[in-house]
Ligand binder design. Structure first.
Ligand SMILES: [Cu+2]
Length: 142
């Protein structure tokens, strides 16, 4: 038997085994609600830093929006927006919880980033000043 004839079936078996392992982990996650993977997390698994993309094409395609459209971040955490579109955009709050300050990135050209730290719990709504179909939500816990 050639070396290759032996190695290929072994690799297939290993690949199937890995697939079953991942599927089991997924079932485990469904059963327990525990995340298998986590980013930088604060208390209760809520991330303390979240990234939002302004995706390519959103300035000209009304079906597109901030990605993800809704994010959840721990109180005291930050959201960082990145403009991945050639078209300029903004991140401009339209509704903030009582006691929280409004925020506005101003004009963001391609590849610009804007970060805002959230220190009041509640739900924040924001839009792009230029494109009325662009709107997002930040939920701050705790
Ligand atoms: Cu825009």
């Amino acid at each position: 038997m050639k070396y290759v004839e032996l190695v290929v079936p072994v690799l297939i078996v290993l690949a199937i085994g890995a697939g079953i392992g991942l599927a089991s982990a997924g079932i485990y996650q469904l059963a327990t609600g525990s995340p298998i993977f986590s980013a930088s997390s604060g208390s209760l698994g809520v991330p303390s830093s979240v990234s939002v993309s302004i995706p390519k094409g959103v300035g000209t395609t009304q079906g597109l929006n901030y990605v993800p459209t809704t994010v959840t971040v721990a109180n005291g955490g930050s959201v960082i927006w990145t403009n991945n579109d050639p078209t300029p955009h903004t991140v401009t709050s339209t509704s903030v919880p009582s006691g929280a300050s409004a925020f506005d990135s101003g004009n963001m050209n391609q590849n610009a980033t804007y970060s805002h730290k959230f220190t009041v719990a509640g739900t924040y709504q924001y839009v792009c000043s230029y494109h009325p179909w662009m709107h997002g939500t930040v939920v701050v816990t705790g």
